[in-house]
Design a protein around this ligand. Structure first.
Ligand SMILES: [Zn+2]
Length: 402
């Protein structure tokens, strides 16, 4: 990375090429140094959680396609192993979203008796849903899948590996890739690989789901920027990437309180399909990126002040949700003793420790004894679920949402 002079001297520009469209230079909109390279690995003791390798984040914005990426991302820090625990399936809110999404895809694209591949399938929850609800056959790829490479009796198989072209002989009517592309830094290289893998199967559909960067920029959601996510998409930058890599866009929408972007596409016979109207967001995005660059530091200071004030008054504050958002929140604010516990309903995460800042992860029941004064809800979509759980325990702490 070489920093160049910028004519209006308002933003730093760098000579890196955009990994989605190859344009250079990019503008820098955010920097944070030395954050944990992984967020949701299970650490059974605090020292390991504190000592986990760290990396830097420098977000670059591409003015040509709107893509935002960590231009100093170091892939060698990746550890997608079986101690990676990212499941959200302990939440009824999340499970009903998954059910609704699977039913929608099955109905709209007539996924019945079909061959389905899922890239980055985690522990296979969504693939199992697609197969159970539509009578499909599923093949899931994920190096974090815990049961190894396995063929199950009900038409489901899992391969404990990253998906690559060596698996392109596996037929897929529907190729699904949820919450994975944002972990990949060489985005066009990856989507081109998927395009080559589906080859001449021009009827085969692909479905991608990624977090939406528009909300992050608009809400100054610094907690949604963490090392594992090196790639950040808007509707437009996602569409432009898939058009660039030889796909036609079939559908594009947002879901889960507009937190997720969904795209359905199919291999294009010819290149250069037009851009759907809702993807024409470059000017707007560029404004939002500048807004984020100018205002995010204030938002960070505001949260630091709020937490330090509570600490000074000996108010007990806990975070609810030990996912990557919480790691992003705590490491950006550099919060250690000011918040001692993080609550999570996933029993696999309870008794482990937060990467980078070392808080112990506890079950909701622990709060009956701890009696917090305030609870910070890391994802507003779970507000009602959390409020009900607290009420059931006769607890009424102040609830703050990020
Ligand atoms: Zn670009």
């Amino acid at each position: 990375m070489k920093t160049l002079m910028n004519k209006d001297a308002l933003v730093e520009i760098v000579d890196d090429n955009c990994p989605s469209c190859d344009w250079a230079p990019m503008s820098v909109l955010y920097k944070i140094a030395q954050v944990p390279a992984h967020s949701v690995l299970l650490f059974s003791n605090r020292d390991d959680a504190l000592a986990y390798p760290r990396g830097d984040i420098t977000l670059g914005f591409c003015p040509a396609c709107g893509f935002i990426t960590n231009i100093v991302f170091d892939q060698s820090l990746n550890e997608y192993s079986q101690r990676y625990e990212a499941t959200q399936s302990c939440s009824s809110t999340f499970n009903s979203f998954h059910q609704r999404l699977a039913s929608h895809l099955i109905e709209k694209y007539n996924l019945r008796g079909k061959d389905i591949i899922e890239i980055g399938c985690g522990q296979g929850e969504f693939l199992t849903l697609l197969c159970d609800l539509g009578g499909n056959r599923g093949l899931g790829f994920d190096p974090t899948y815990r049961n190894g490479t396995i063929d199950l009796a009900n038409g489901l198989s899992f391969v404990n590996d990253f998906y690559s072209e060596k698996y392109s002989h596996k037929k897929s009517d529907f190729l699904c890739c949820k919450m994975t592309l944002e972990h990949i830094d060489r985005t066009a290289e990856f989507v081109n690989m998927v395009r080559r893998s589906v080859g001449k199967q021009l009827d085969s559909l692909i479905f991608f789901q990624v977090p939406s960067v528009e909300r992050i920029l608009r809400e100054l959601a610094f907690w949604d920027i963490y090392y594992e996510h090196c790639s950040y998409f808007s509707k437009g930058s996602l569409v432009r990437l898939f058009l660039h890599c030889g796909f036609n866009i079939i559908d594009l929408w947002q879901d889960y309180d507009d937190q997720y972007l969904m795209l359905v596409a199919k291999p294009a016979k010819t290149k250069h399909q037009g851009l759907p109207a809702e993807a024409n967001d470059l000017e707007h995005l560029s404004r939002e990126a500048r807004y984020f660059a100018s205002n995010c530091a204030n938002k960070i200071d505001e949260w630091k002040r709020r937490i330090k004030t509570n600490f000074a008054k000996s108010h007990k504050v806990v975070l609810w949700g030990s996912s990557s958002k919480s790691v992003g929140f705590l490491t950006t604010l550099d919060i250690k003793e000011e918040i001692q516990y993080v609550v999570d309903i996933n029993p696999n995460r309870q008794g482990t420790f937060m990467a980078g800042t070392g808080q112990e992860i506890v079950s909701p029941d622990f709060l009956q004894e701890y009696k917090p004064d305030s609870v910070i809800v890391m994802n507003p979509v779970y507000y009602n679920e959390i409020k009900q759980t607290l009420s059931r325990m006769s607890l009424a702490p102040k609830i703050m949402t990020v």
